[in-house]
Design a protein around this ligand. Structure first.
Ligand code: URA
Length: 214
């Protein structure tokens, strides 16, 4: 991983005005975590809290993701988290396929090229569709392996915001699915990097690192 290249990419991202999503947000939100991480988690796009703090997956979805990671011995500082789109769609709507492609071909593809993760975890259907399975349903495809166009092993799991919308038994079942998907992803990394340390002593409090920008 060439950190100069990644820093240069971040500088370019911060001045991107290439699509209308940029006008509806405070500024693009890039990636967070260990740029040397062999595992990359790809969400959908920033929500309101992410736009406020400039960090991906720091709001309610991110807090739940952190719990899921902790349950599988991973912490946010030792993995890499990012999104398909970098600017919050107005009103927190789901980005369209075209918006996802337009943004990800500019940024996410380059992140993947520079970071070269061994494994990618697609969080939810926007990431699943962009990363290689445009016609698949997350409910059918989650937990199964496919290759991204870069030839990287990818597994999809439910997006944390989907878990937050569920209740009762459905929520418990879906959380277990996520747990097993994350375990699979971790195990796949260990096949080629048996000594990789995924976990710090305690979960990271992202709100201690990022301050509200507005
Ligand atoms: N949902 C995502 O997919 N990504 C974020 O950064 C926040 C919410």
């Amino acid at each position: 991983m060439d950190s100069t290249e990644l820093d240069a990419l971040e500088t370019q991202l911060n001045s991107c005005h290439d699509c209308p999503l940029r006008d509806g947000c405070q500024s693009p939100v890039g990636w967070f975590g260990n740029p040397h991480s062999p595992i990359m988690f790809v969400g959908e796009g920033p929500g309101g809290v992410e736009d406020d703090y400039g960090c991906p997956l720091i709001g309610p979805s991110g807090q739940l993701l952190d719990k899921a990671l902790w349950s599988t011995n991973m912490t946010r500082d030792l993995v890499l988290t990012t999104n398909v789109v970098k600017c919050r769609p107005k009103g927190n709507r789901t980005p369209t396929i075209e918006e996802g492609r337009f943004c990800a071909e500019r940024w996410l593809d380059k992140e993947i090229e520079i970071i070269k993760p061994k494994v990618i975890v697609a969080l939810g259907s926007v990431a699943l569709h962009y990363l290689g399975k445009p016609d698949d349903k997350i409910t059918r495809t989650r937990g199964t392996w496919f290759k991204t166009k870069q030839g990287i092993d990818c597994i999809a799991t439910f997006h944390p915001s989907y878990l937050l919308r569920l209740a009762g038994h459905d929520q418990v079942t879906a959380k277990w699915h996520v747990f097993y998907d994350l375990e699979k992803a971790r195990a796949k990394v260990l096949e080629s990097l048996p000594d990789y340390k995924f976990c710090s002593d305690k979960p990271l409090n992202l709100f201690e690192l990022f301050k509200k920008r507005s």
